[in-house]
Design a protein around this ligand. Sequence first.
Ligand code: SAM
Length: 252
Amino acid sequence: MHVFRLRGDFETVDIYSAALFDLGARGLEEKPGEVWAYFPERRELPFPGEWLELPDTDWLEAYKRDLKPVVAGPFVVLAPWHGWSGEEKRILLEPGMAFGTGHHETTRMALEALAERVEPDMRVLDLGTGSGILAIGAAMLGAQAVGVDIDPAVIPQASENAKLNQVKVSFDLGSLDDVEGPFDLVVANLYAELHAYFAPKYRGLFGICGTLILSGILLEREALVREALEASAFALLARRQEGEWVCLIYAA
Ligand code: SAM
């Protein structure tokens, strides 16, 4: 396993975390004074830091040992070996290489927003599904959920996670142009520039009306997304913020 070491802690490195995952990072771990980003192979990175080599087993063990349950709205996200006595709906995830363990603010806010908006039998699209966590959460709330992702590595993991949670979700390789609407609700935990680019296309995913949940937006780029969505006639219904991250909820 290849580790890219960045100085700082989760809070200071948070601004890079979505970009690190987009560039292929499979997990982040906080160490005293630094954050380790785990990569399956070395690559050029536009961040200050240095590479370190680790045997695969060290990484897996450390990652699993440090993973804690996460509560998000009515859900708790657990690894299969975690115990939990609370009343929350349990989302079990086998920790793997896909983004979406519930530990990131962007995932948690999207799960909370889903819990407020999903109703039984809604057709829900999870665009950029990663581990499948959001589509699985929507299915647990009674939705007919579909998840798509452009990374072929995550599709089998998302499908395994759906089985683990005994919910039926269809996961496919692809993106916004590959799905067949209309959907009642679309959730996308991507990044600001992509939301702005997708804004006119988001409209085509809905019928007469619907709900669009956009997460993965850095506070400093929120205006970019809001302008693009307003230009495509989406009306802002609600806004969530955790630290530097924003989640915008629109009426289509
Ligand atoms: N939905 C999960 C969550 O909320 O934790 C994972 C979100 S992760 C930040 C973004 C995911 O979107 C990654 O799995 C990435 O492969 C995928 N992705 C990036 N660009 C995409 C695109 N244009 N279309 C579909 N998926 C995309």
